[in-house]
Every structure is written in structure tokens, then in C-alpha cells.
Design a protein around this ligand. Structure first.
Ligand code: HSE
Length: 299
């Protein structure tokens, strides 16, 4: 018995929603192949596309951990061989570790006859995140698993809500060829924030959700502002302010850091604008000698 599963990359935070908002894109993403074996135990047999950088130790790799926790929870003594095809960049802010964990846990659930529903798979994928970066945040794993735009209203207890999105919403992601580790990008954040910044931020989170649900594109744009995390993390991304300005001048509704960076995302109302936004962002990075890759998706 064998199964192949693809899980998509995700944009976490979506400007104002640190750790509570995220959406899935159409590409890139990761692919896993899981095969049932007669000898019990989880083994990662092959990893491709990682230039040899990821560990095959199933207790230390995000996909291995997610699958093992799932089996342990259900007290199933199965043997599972995992092949992981990384089809997206590591340390990119696109939820690379999340996509692997989600693909793994979705695949093992299918392979064993679906003992759990999709929502119930989340905590296991989150354990994969904990191994990858030290925190079990869900704003990449939840949208990767459930698709679309997702709000994590609460972590304890876990309360995950799918948010409807307007008919014409396109994302542009640009991945500059520099690397940022999520763990480092979390450590530099302030642990306390001024009340006035909190007020601004939760106004924007509410505004963004309302904008998505009302298909009010201008409201979506106005709400895509982050006064708490972006000012600190922007220094990790060369040319960030200029790239953002280029995206907005090209007609994007809003623009921000994708997850913990260095990828930068923008939302637009048409595929045409999304492409134009991508090429204008790319021009800025080219001008400072930073290579990049652009991904366009419908949300
Ligand atoms: N919410 C997380 C962070 C996402 O910003 O650290 C990491 O991809």
C-alpha cells in the first residue's frame, strides 16, 4: 500500500495577523510518498530537493515527527516508509516545514483508512512545526491542511475557522534568494507591546476579516498593515521597503512579509495586476543584485 500527497505552501500572518492568520497558495508545495511496511516504525528513506540539508532522522524531521505522533496517538504499531520531495525552498517564509508535516499526516491518515477527520490532524502537524522551529504555531499548517484562508482564533483550545474570500483575489509571492530561519526571526521580536499598537493591530485584523467576508477590496487593502512584527523583521530582508512600495505602486491592495520571511507577498484583484506586481518587485531586487523567484496564485 502506497500513497502520494501534495501539500501547498502558505502565507502566514498576512500582515496584521501574527500567528493567527494564513492562506494556502496553489504552488509551490511539498510531495510525500508513504508506503506501509510489515516491520513497525517510521522511516524516512529518501529526501529529494533539499540539497542534502534535511535530516532523515524521523524523530527530528518535521514529516517524521508528525507521522509518528499520529501513530502514537492512535496506538497503531504500523510500519511507514516516507519519501519526501521538497519542491519549495527551505527557510523561505512559505511554510516549508508545515507543508511536509501536513502532507505526511494527511497521507498516513488516508493510508490507514481515515481514522481522523481533517481538523483532527492539525495537532500532529503542529508538533512537526515545534520540531522545525521551536514553536507549534498553526498559521502555516492550518491553511496548508484545510486550504483557503484560515483564522486561528484560539490555540488553547484550538479553534480554527475558515474565512470565505472574495471572487477576485490573487497573491503574488516573491522569494528573494536569502535565508531567514523562523526560530531567529521569532527570537528578535519584542515580548511586550504598547497598548496603542495592540489597538491598531486588532483594528486591522478585524478589518481584514470583515473585508474578506464582505468582498470589500479597499478595506482589505487598508487593513493589511502590521505595526508590531514587520518593523522589526523588515531589517532581515534586503530592500524590503522598496519592494513593498513597488508592489503598491503597481496596484497591489497590500503587501507584507510572508510568514517569518524573507519572502514578501502582495494581494491583488486580478491575475494581470498580480503578475505586474511580481515583475515590479523583482526589478527592485535585481537592482540590488538579489535573485528571486515569483509565484502567482488565485486564493
Ligand atoms: N507566524 C509564524 C511567524 C509563521 O511569523 O513566526 C512562521 O512561518
Amino acid at each position: 500500500d502506497s500513497i502520494k500527497v501534495f501539500a501547498p505552501a502558505t502565507v502566514a500572518n498576512v500582515a496584521c495577523g501574527f500567528d493567527v492568520l494564513g492562506f494556502a497558495v496553489e504552488n509551490p508545495g511539498d510531495e510525500v510518498v508513504l508506503t506501509k511496511k510489515s516491520t513497525p516504525g517510521v522511516k524516512i528513506t529518501t529526501i529529494t530537493g533539499d540539497e542534502g540539508r534535511l535530516t532523515k532522522d524521523a524523530d527530528k524531521n518535521t514529516v517524521g515527527v508528525a507521522v509518528s505522533r499520529f501513530l502514537k496517538h492512535l496506538q497503531i504499531d504500523a510500519g511507514i516508509d516516507i519519501t519526501l520531495h521538497k519542491k519549495m525552498p527551505l527557510g523561505s517564509g512559505l511554510g516549508s516545514s508545515a507543508a511536509s508535516a501536513v502532507a505526511g499526516v494527511f497521507a498516513v491518515n488516508q493510508l490507514l483508512g481515515m481514522p481522523l477527520n481533517q481538523q483532527e490532524l492539525l495537532p500532529f502537524a503542529m508538533e512537526g512545526e515545534r520540531i522545525a522551529c521551536g514553536s507549534a504555531h498553526a498559521d502555516n499548517v492550518a491553511p496548508s491542511l484545510l486550504g483557503g484562508f484560515v483564522l486561528i482564533r484560539s490555540y488553547d483550545p484550538l479553534d480554527v475557522i475558515k474565512i470565505p474570500t472574495p471572487a477576485n483575489l490573487y497573491s503574488t509571492i516573491i522569494h528573494p534568494q536569502v535565508e531567514v530561519q523562523t526560530k531567529d526571526a521569532r527570537e528578535i521580536l519584542k515580548k511586550q507591546i504598547p497598548l496603542r499598537d495592540a489597538v491598531t493591530q486588532w483594528g486591522n485584523v478585524g478589518g481584514l476579516i470583515a473585508g474578506l467576508m464582505l468582498s470589500d477590496y479597499q478595506l482589505i487593502g487598508r487593513s493589511m498593515k502590521d505595526v508590531i512584527v514587520e518593523p522589526i523583521r523588515a531589517i532581515l530582508i534586503p530592500g524590503f521597503e522598496d519592494v513593498k512600495q513597488a508592489a503598491l505602486s503597481a496596484g497591489a491592495l497590500g503587501c507584507g512579509i510572508s510568514g517569518s520571511g524573507p519572502s514578501i507577498f502582495a494581494l491583488s484583484t486580478s491575475e494581470e495586476i498580480a503578475h505586474k506586481v511580481g515583475s515590479e518587485m523583482q526589478k527592485v531586487l535585481n537592482s540590488i543584485q538579489i535573485g528571486s523567484e515569483v509565484y502567482i496564485s488565485k486564493i
